[in-house]
Ligand binder design. Sequence first.
Ligand code: CMP
Length: 138
Amino acid sequence: MANTTLMMIKPDAVENGHIGNILEKVTNAGFQIKALKLTQLSKNDAERFYEVHRERPFYGELVAFMSRGPIVAAVLEKDNAVSDFRTLIGATNPEEAAEGTIRKLYATSIGENAVHGSDSDENANIEAAFHFAGRERF
Ligand code: CMP
């Protein structure tokens, strides 16, 4: 059944000029873009988005990184969108990511790892609502 996931192209990948390459890989893999924008998270936005990681030692670094520059946010639709997108992006740590995955190609470290993908259908819906108004989704 077609479902959706929420992608962010993170500040490192935007800074390094990879927006076009990443969107091409995403659409070539069969994902349909249902919402898309270039935006920037405030520190408060990043704190709220990553609330679940608040107690982790890397939380402050993660919030600073995710709010330091523009990101691309997108809602992507495909059969098994959440798990297929996580396969396409590869492991959190690019050193462990499979060949050909987006993180293997474009991520620089475990913290600055180029892309975000939702970890469940429920979180995909919460994260899509975080970034997009109803009239921005198609
Ligand atoms: P993501 O899986 O998209 O969402 C949580 C993010 O926290 C993760 O990507 C990384 O950007 C970051 N992260 C996870 N583990 C570490 C770590 N050990 N050190 C720094 N950042 C991390």
